[in-house]
Design a protein around this ligand. Structure first.
Ligand code: HEC
Length: 195
């Protein structure tokens, strides 16, 4: 247990100092450890709310969490929309809940300079509520959709600031229905719809 914490601390230090090429990369286990830190720390992404509307049944409600590095960067820039280059070690997570408030999965993005220079250097991951990595690393599905938010370093501002049209969502999740609360948001905030 102690050894594992040391390994996690080392992986984070390496990320935070930009020495990734010379040190260990974050692993599904080390990142899950950091994700739990964000959940326990209860820091919300500035501008977001607990149980805000998501777009599909798998994320009917969402909670966007951040670590201290990401939070102070977003606050300094007065919101995600003005954030064009998140600092090393920034960690953002999205807890996805179904309509009955049951946790379905947790997505995470960790900024790791040198990890994926072509795609803004984020380690992308999706975990089951028990911490099993469903996807991890340079995940094309995540990266391609997040690229829509290129101006803000591929981070979306929380609803209703950055919304996706049902058409765009269906490109990535063809079988998933858009929820009624999300359709209402789209109707109320048409200028927030990103292309
Ligand atoms: C169809 C487009 C799409 C796909 C695919 C997608 N996301 Fe997102 N993601 C979004 C949108 C839109 C938001 C903002 C909604 C919110 O914050 O509740 C978001 C929010 C997030 C957040 C919170 C930070 C932010 O950008 O607001 C994280 C972390 C995240 N996604 C990670 C992932 C990971 C990891 C994957 C792949 C497993 C993934 N996403 C796949 C569209 C997508």
């Amino acid at each position: 247990m102690k050894l594992r914490s040391v390994a996690v601390a080392f992986a984070l230090t390496v990320c935070a100092t930009g020495l990734l090429a010379q040190g260990p990369k974050p692993t599904p286990v080390s990142l899950w450890h950091n994700v739990q830190g964000v959940i326990n720390g209860k820091r919300l992404l500035p501008g977001s709310k607990r149980f805000q509307p998501g777009s599909r049944n798998a994320d009917y409600y969402t909670i966007d969490g951040v670590n201290a590095i990401a939070r102070s960067y977003v606050l300094k820039h007065h919101g995600v929309v003005q954030c064009s280059n998140f600092p090393n070690g920034s960690l953002l997570i999205k807890q996805n809940y179904d309509v009955s408030h049951k946790l379905v999965n947790i997505t995470a993005m960790l900024k790791c300079k040198g990890y994926d220079t072509a795609d803004n250097d984020w380690v992308m991951a999706n975990y089951s509520p028990a911490g099993k990595a469903i996807a991890f690393g340079k995940v094309a599905l995540c990266i391609n959709c997040h690229a829509i938010a290129a101006k803000s370093d591929t981070v979306f501002a929380p609803p209703p600031a950055n919304l996706l049209s049902p058409k765009t969502i269906h490109v990535y999740f063809p079988a998933k229905k858009i929820t009624i609360p999300y359709l209402k948001l789209l109707k109320k905030y048409p200028h927030s719809i990103m292309q």
